[in-house]
Design a protein around this ligand. Structure first.
Ligand SMILES: C[S@@+](CC[C@H](N)C(=O)[O-])C[C@H]1O[C@@H](n2cnc3c(N)ncnc32)[C@H](O)[C@@H]1O
Length: 227
């Protein structure tokens, strides 16, 4: 498990990174990548949308080009402090301080749940994906963007020592273990590294997932996550 797959450490990390996040972020996560991922979603203007690990609101802003209101949640008050002045506190973005593992929303509250660049910090990604599924309605869409595992043993070892990097096959396993259906992936990246990220789009099954299939604890930790 990587050093930043720990919520307290990730919070501390973002206490400092938040100061420069909006300047550094476009190196690996560009507007073009974000817009390509948003375009994977089937969105209606009045959809209820949640952005998990919204940070400074970079993806929130992209989502707001397609929908009227986006709820954002992040565990870093410092990241959220950067978001507030951009959107105002009572505008189309509704921000909450909170944990992706325990979302403060009712079951089935959203049509669409989005999360970009956050899964790599989650200590238990499958359990947290289940939590995203809980707050999305049956038939709703969940889209997660995370880092593609680098090739080469040394780069892979360094990456995984820091946080979760995964392959499309591992994303498939995580989403299946979390009880999603119709899972598909797209590789994204800037011109200099076109496969740096994986966008995974999945649907919440219309029928409840039988207990024991995906709702309970599984040994579905993605291969490589603990390497
Ligand atoms: C790389 S930033 C991505 C921000 C934004 N989604 C974007 O697309 O630019 C990762 C964000 O995930 C947040 N995060 C990490 N773990 C979290 C958790 N357990 N609950 C809520 N937010 C979390 C961090 O605080 C940080 O703001």
């Amino acid at each position: 498990m990587g050093v930043l797959e720990d919520k307290a450490r990730a919070r501390l990390f973002y206490k400092y990174l938040s100061r420069v996040y909006d300047r550094v972020n476009p190196v690996v996560w560009t507007e073009a990548m974000r817009d390509e991922a948003v375009a994977m979603l089937d969105l209606a203007a009045d959809d209820r949308v949640l952005d998990v690990g919204c940070g400074t609101g970079f993806a929130t802003e992209g989502l707001l080009e397609a929908v009227e209101t986006v709820y954002g949640i992040d565990q870093s008050p410092h990241q959220l402090a950067q978001a507030y002045p951009k959107f105002g506190k009572r505008g189309p973005a509704r921000f909450h301080l909170g944990d992706a593992e325990r979302l403060p929303f009712e079951d089935d509250a959203f049509d669409v749940v989005w999360s970009s660049g956050s899964i790599e910090y989650w200590p238990d990604p499958v359990a947290t994906l289940r939590e995203l599924r809980r707050v999305a309605r049956p038939g709703g869409q969940v889209l997660v963007v995370g880092p593609n595992e680098p090739t080469g043993r040394v780069r892979r070892a360094l990456a995984n020592a820091m946080m979760l990097f995964y392959t499309e096959a591992e994303a498939e396993r995580m989403f299946a273990a979390a009880g999603f259906a119709d899972v598909r992936h797209r590789l994204l990246g800037p011109d200099y590294a076109p496969t740096i990220a994986i966008a995974t789009l999945a649907r919440v099954p219309e029928e409840p997932v039988p207990a024991g299939d995906a709702a309970g604890e599984t040994d579905a930790t993605p291969a490589g996550a603990d390497d």
